[in-house]
Design a protein around this ligand. Structure first.
Ligand code: FE2
Length: 393
């Protein structure tokens, strides 16, 4: 990774020169291959997300095949593993588990990066060791920007404009931690990580001629503001498990405040470290993507920042077959004030002509996938009807 970081540093220097001289000269950046992300000639950039593959050295066949078929169908420019990626016991098995989940990307020369979840390091192998294991594979763009920061693997990846004349977009990857007694449950993003984010966003802005570089954030554990965003009802008395942002909530959402499924109450930290406030203050982050709550798959908005839980790609831990799948973001450099997001369902891949998913060990039958598709459509219609009658957000 030293090479990638070095190339990245050189690219930033060249970009700075290009930014300073663009009005006078048509400066092009050298082709740096997969080390640097760049919008395609058609102006698009696609990011596929695999959340909670959460498997050991024997990766479930259905998970691997879902990854392969999703990659082949959409040819993303980058893949993000959204945490709880591997849970095999000990170094040897964790290494094999990592090899299994990155293989679909490596076989296709698709660059990828990772964030860690709360479970990755619970198997006796530190995250620093796991990160080095990922970095052995070609196409791995993950790095730990500053080992002194809380967690491991905090980093960002700018995307250059298609003409190479500067940074068009930025991607943040944050370690949202594990489980800590201090937080009474799940961890939270700490002050030093937030300060690094603020400093780096300011540096990118300077590099971009004083204009904010629009961005998306990826991490495993959702922010506590989700409870307000989806309209959970505040209670005047305490429910210990649902105390967030200094409030007690009845974990029943307002159906009109989100799209998709909330099949379980979201599980952020009980401590709010101020990450959302920093995003709002800085103004670059338009959307945030999470794994963690395996059966959830929804999008809501808080103060103009989208909050999305990505469906689970794996099945080794609790999940369901209604919304199991992958997430896909499409950016268009012609309008980076917005983005497109789709939750791609496993049943759609399994029902596509030529799919090998139904032949995999542990797969459902084609009829079962069809039934889940019908059920999904029915529940979606029900949600839309309920939204009409729900109180305004
Ligand atoms: Fe998980």
């Amino acid at each position: 990774m030293k090479l990638i970081k070095k190339v990245f540093a050189v690219a930033l220097a060249v970009m700075m020169l290009a930014t300073l001289t663009v009005s006078a000269f048509a400066v092009s950046l050298p082709d740096l291959g997969n080390s640097i992300l760049r919008f395609n000639e058609d102006g698009k950039f696609k990011i596929m997300m695999f959340a909670d593959s959460q498997d050991d050295e024997t990766l479930e066949e259905t998970t691997a095949q879902l990854m392969r078929e999703a990659l082949d169908a959409h040819s993303p420019d980058l893949v993000v593993y959204l945490g709880d990626n591997t849970v095999a016991g000990g170094y040897e098995n964790q290494a094999k588990a990592i090899e299994a989940i990155v293989a679909p990307c490596v076989e296709r020369d698709i660059p990828f990066t990772i964030v860690f979840g709360n479970h990755d390091q619970e198997q006796g192998v530190e995250k620093e060791v796991l990160l080095r294991e990922y970095q052995k594979y070609p196409g791995c763009l993950a790095y730990d920007v500053d080992p002194s920061l809380y967690g491991c693997g905090n980093h960002n990846l700018p995307i250059l404009a298609s003409d190479g004349l500067g940074i068009a977009f930025n991607l943040w990857f944050i370690d949202s931690g594990t489980s800590v007694a201090e937080a009474g449950g799940y961890d939270y993003v700490r002050e030093d990580q937030i300060q690094w984010y603020k400093d780096t966003a300011a540096a990118l802005k300077t590099l971009n001629g004083g204009k904010l570089v629009p961005a998306i954030n990826f991490q495993h554990i959702i922010v506590p503001e989700v409870y307000d965003a989806v309209g959970m009802i505040k209670l005047p008395f305490g429910i210990e498990d649902f105390n967030y942002n200094g409030n007690n909530y009845l974990p029943v959402p307002n159906f009109g405040a989100y799209t998709g499924y909330i099949f379980e109450p979201p599980c952020p930290s009980h401590i709010n470290g101020g990450q959302m406030a920093a995003w709002i203050e800085t103004g670059d982050v338009m959307a945030t993507f999470y794994g963690h709550d395996h059966v959830n798959d929804f999008t809501t908005t808080y103060e103009g920042i989208d909050i999305t839980t990505v469906p689970t790609v794996g099945c080794n831990s609790y999940s369901n077959d209604i919304n199991r799948g992958v997430g896909l973001i499409t950016l268009d450099e012609n309008d980076l004030t917005t983005y497109q997001y789709e939750a791609l369902r496993m049943y759609d891949f399994a029902l596509a002509e030529g799919s090998k998913i139904p032949e995999c060990d542990g797969a459902l039958s084609t009829i079962e996938y069809m039934l889940y598709k019908v059920l999904d459509q029915f529940l979606d219609a029900l949600h839309k009807m309920a939204s009409i009658f729900s109180f305004a957000k």
